[in-house]
Design a protein around this ligand. Structure first.
Ligand code: FAD
Length: 499
């Protein structure tokens, strides 16, 4: 459909496309709406280094964003939309930056896609108010999730707190509306004024200025659309059907590895589902536990956590969902935290995972669960310390899923595992890395350890010859201590409420 030929609003002034976590030109709701307005478009990305620092955004993710913006600039240039890269310290300066831009370039309407963390929502409220005060239009679209937050509710019109009923309701709604991704590659013809003002900057600055942040290399992740779409397509065609059997084994390349692209919006969740449904249309049948359905469910976990974040402000504010867990008496042992961060706990599966995170900025989902459980239960360390460390390292760091994953593992969240169920890191290792292949890949010191001791090398008679630490904690003791601490916290909370 040629959206550019169907102007729906006044063609006075220009439109501003404000890119945030939606760094793509195809299937971008805000861009499509800006094009449909019939106005000529200027795009902007606002770097906010202090805000990133406060949000613990990883240097790898910012590097990925920078590389992606470089590409987006070219793609937007091809459809005659200049991209400006601006910098403000933090969100508080953004309203002035946007309103100044509007004045400078005679912009009459701003288009963007909604973000769900609390700080981002407050920023947008402030921008909207500033624009309305200047008689400008503000168009903020739902785009980050397939179904908008607030649209999947219980009969009592509340947000679900348990995943499976949420997933069923989500699927019912998804199927009844026949949601499909939209794409747009139409040429937009900007007005002459727009060209006069910005043509020079489009021609002269074919490269974007480096983003001002302590970046870390993200080259393991190609940013061009063909590579991203190929990865998605290849996963749907060759891996999705076996996903259920393979997804828990970190030595197997059995998951999609698309999370970094979803986090910065280089790929949309709609595009993922469209590719899956086109390749394996039967995957959406509820209760059909095929691999593709399980993968679809993982994408729905992303929706669940984003919808929760949107409904409960406290999740953006370092607070637990389960209020009683405020009372848990966490242990403070900075040596243990450092050992966990550096992959030196003496538990090989935990250490291999943490070293993979340090070296690549990515970690397999099973290992995220194991390492998060280890920090919160075996070390009885406050989950917020782990949540922060993950955000600082992860290339796919995303507040909703990271917070959801940490609160799940720490038994402080909505759909959390019960506090008395504690992962045993050694049996998890035996189950999900049976031959120690993943462990040996990341801990070369353990290469010579026989298979039968690879999950607990300190039990091997030759351990003295290996340069590897003894376990920093006793799992059995810590399990009991953790269970008792949660129990005490609950008893204390219940009696406070009764009093
Ligand atoms: P696949 O298995 O191929 O799944 C496809 C997509 O579904 C993923 O890319 C992701 O967008 C989504 N997804 C999969 N599993 C989950 C899940 N459990 N929760 C939410 N969404 C999911 N995911 C992030 O994107 N960012 C994070 O910061 C993040 N932090 C986590 C922290 C902890 C403690 C835990 C337990 C999980 C975390 N996850 C996070 C979820 C999950 O581990 C990753 O999404 C997944 O490992 C990414 O790999 P993949 O793309 O190969 O996933």
């Amino acid at each position: 459909m040629n959206l550019a030929s169907q102007p729906t609003t006044s063609t006075i002034g220009h439109a501003l496309l404000w890119l945030r976590a939606d760094l793509r030109v195809t299937d971008n709701t805000a861009l499509n709406r800006a094009i449909a307005s019939g106005l000529s478009i200027i795009a902007v990305y606002i770097a906010t280094p202090m805000q990133w620092y406060q949000h613990h955004t990883s240097g790898r993710q910012i590097d990925l964003i920078e590389r992606r913006l470089q590409l987006i600039k070219q793609q937007l240039n091809e459809i005659n939309i200049p991209l400006l890269i601006l910098e403000c310290d933090d969100f508080s300066v953004v309203p002035d930056t946007i309103t100044n831009l509007c004045q400078q370039y005679q912009i009459s309407a701003v288009y963007c896609n909604r973000q769900h963390p609390w700080n981002e929502k407050q920023r947008d409220i402030a921008v909207e108010q500033a624009l309305i005060a200047q008689d400008k239009q503000w168009h903020c679209s739902d785009d980050y999730c397939v179904l908008p937050p607030g649209s999947v509710l219980t009969k009592q019109q509340e947000m679900y707190k348990v995943f499976t009923p949420y997933r069923n309701a989500w699927l019912t709604q998804f199927l009844s509306h026949n949601y499909q991704p939209v794409t747009n590659t139409d040429k937009v013809v900007p007005s002459p004024q727009c060209l006069d003002l910005l043509h020079e900057s489009m021609a002269a600055n074919s490269t974007i200025p480096p983003l001002n942040y302590a970046k870390q290399d993200s080259v393991l992740w190609p940013v061009d659309d063909s590579a991203i779409q190929q990865r998605l397509q290849m996963f749907c065609e060759t891996k999705a059907e076996d996903y259920q059997q393979q997804r828990d084994f970190p030595a197997i390349d059995g998951t999609s590895c698309l999370s970094p692209y979803l986090a910065i919006g280089a790929l949309s969740a709609r595009q993922c589902l469209a590719a899956l449904m086109q390749t394996l249309p039967q995957c959406v049948e509820i209760n059909k536990e095929n691999g593709a359905f399980v993968w679809l469910s993982e994408v729905i976990w992303r929706e669940f956590y984003n919808h929760l974040l949107n409904s409960y402000d406290r999740l953006s504010k370092h607070q637990p969902f389960q209020l009683y867990t405020h009372n848990v008496q966490w242990l403070e042992n900075s040596d243990h935290v450092r050992a966990w961060q550096q992959g030196k706990t003496g538990f090989p599966i935990v250490d291999a995972a943490m070293r993979q995170l340090l070296a690549t900025g990515w970690m397999h989902n099973r290992l995220r669960m194991i390492t998060a459980s280890f920090l919160t239960k075996d070390m009885l360390c406050d989950w917020r310390i782990g949540e922060r460390w993950f955000m600082q390292q992860l290339i796919d760091g995303e507040l909703a899923s990271n917070n959801g994953g940490w609160q799940w593992a720490a038994s402080t969240g909505t759909d959390a595992q019960p506090y008395f169920r504690v992962f045993n890191p050694t049996t998890q290792s035996e189950r999900f890395d049976p031959n120690g292949e993943f462990i040996r890949q990341w801990i070369p010191e353990l290469k010579s350890v026989p298979d039968q001791y690879i999950h607990a090398p300190s039990l091997w008679s030759g351990f003295d010859s290996v340069d590897y630490p003894l376990p920093i904690v006793d799992h059995k003791q810590m399990r009991l201590l953790a269970i008792d601490s949660y129990k005490q916290a609950k008893v204390g909370y219940d009696s406070q409420r009764e009093a």
